[in-house]
Design a protein around this ligand. Structure first.
Ligand code: G3P
Ligand code: CA
Length: 266
């Protein structure tokens, strides 16, 4: 069952750097992960897709418009093409850093490069984006996690790699490949709706997941504590102001996804 498979810490409040320290440098870049590390984030969250040449690559959107001067889907480009495009356009959202000579750090990273650079010093929450559009992505991810020695716990007992997704099917495939990897199911609720799950939905989650990720607006104290009693940790996304971060902590959430991993420091 999910909760025994590689426990997420139940008694710590995790600060998860959402797409890296993405409030300060372009999201999902080596630069944003470096800053997330410097700001002592507990985990780095990132989003993965498959390129035309079968590389696991880190970007949020499935198409390239929002981050490059180009159009089309990630799956229509090779990793090299994406790297050239992202370096020359230096990310539309460059926040002034590319001009200071850091463009190399902004090239779209392959997931293996992220693990090469950070695997021995950071832990990751890896989001499978649109896995239904990338047949075989689950197997590729598992192969890479094994090759990069990212399966299992770090010296503090925290899982080095956790996988999350809105796709139940994608998570179930991962669970079938290796039931020891902690999985988080992302669940969205309608605007203004409080989080709630039926007993049947919770039972289903318990067959493969260690916990859930829910938009902070939907979270309530009774819901969080009910999930925890059922053995499921609860992370709130995406919290970018300190007051809300403290509210989530007080409600008993197990952590927050934030673009500002220094959110609790001031
Ligand atoms: O970590 C939760 C969050 O990442 C899900 O939303 O769109 O930022 O990937 P999104
Ligand atoms: Ca994400």
């Amino acid at each position: 069952c999910g909760k025994d498979d590689g426990p997420m810490p139940e008694d710590e409040f995790l600060v998860i750097a959402h797409r890296g320290a993405s409030a300060y440098v372009p999201e999902n870049t080596l630069a944003s992960y470096e800053l997330a590390k410097d700001l002592d984030s507990d985990y780095i969250e990132l989003d993965i897709h498959l390129t035309k040449d079968g590389e696991l690559v880190v970007m949020h959107d499935q198409d390239v418009e929002s981050t490059m001067n180009a159009s089309g889907k990630i799956s229509e480009f090779t990793l090299d093409e994406l790297k050239k495009l992202s370096k020359t356009s230096r990310y539309k959202d460059d926040k002034g850093m590319a001009a200071k000579g850091h463009a190399e750090m902004y090239a779209v990273p392959a997931l293996r490069e992220v693990f090469d650079q950070f695997g021995d010093r950071m832990n990751f929450i890896i989001e499978l984006k649109n896995p239904e559009d990338y047949p075989g992505i689950e197997e590729k991810l598992m192969e890479l996690l094994e090759a990069a020695d990212m399966i299992g716990a770090d010296g503090d007992g925290h899982p080095k790699a956790v996988i999350q997704s809105f796709s139940e099917e994608g998570l179930e495939k991962i669970h079938a490949l290796n039931p020891k990897i902690p999985l988080l199911r992302l669940i969205s609720f309608e605007d203004g709706e409080e989080a709630q799950l039926t007993a049947e939905e919770i039972e289903k989650l318990q067959t493969y997941a260690a916990g859930i990720g829910v938009s902070y607006e939907a979270l309530t104290e009774p819901f969080i504590s009910y999930m925890q009693q059922e053995g499921l940790v609860v992370y709130a996304y995406t919290v970018n102001d300190q007051e809300t971060a403290l509210t989530m902590k007080n409600l008993g959430a197990n952590g927050i996804h934030t673009d500002r991993p220094d959110i609790l420091e001031k």
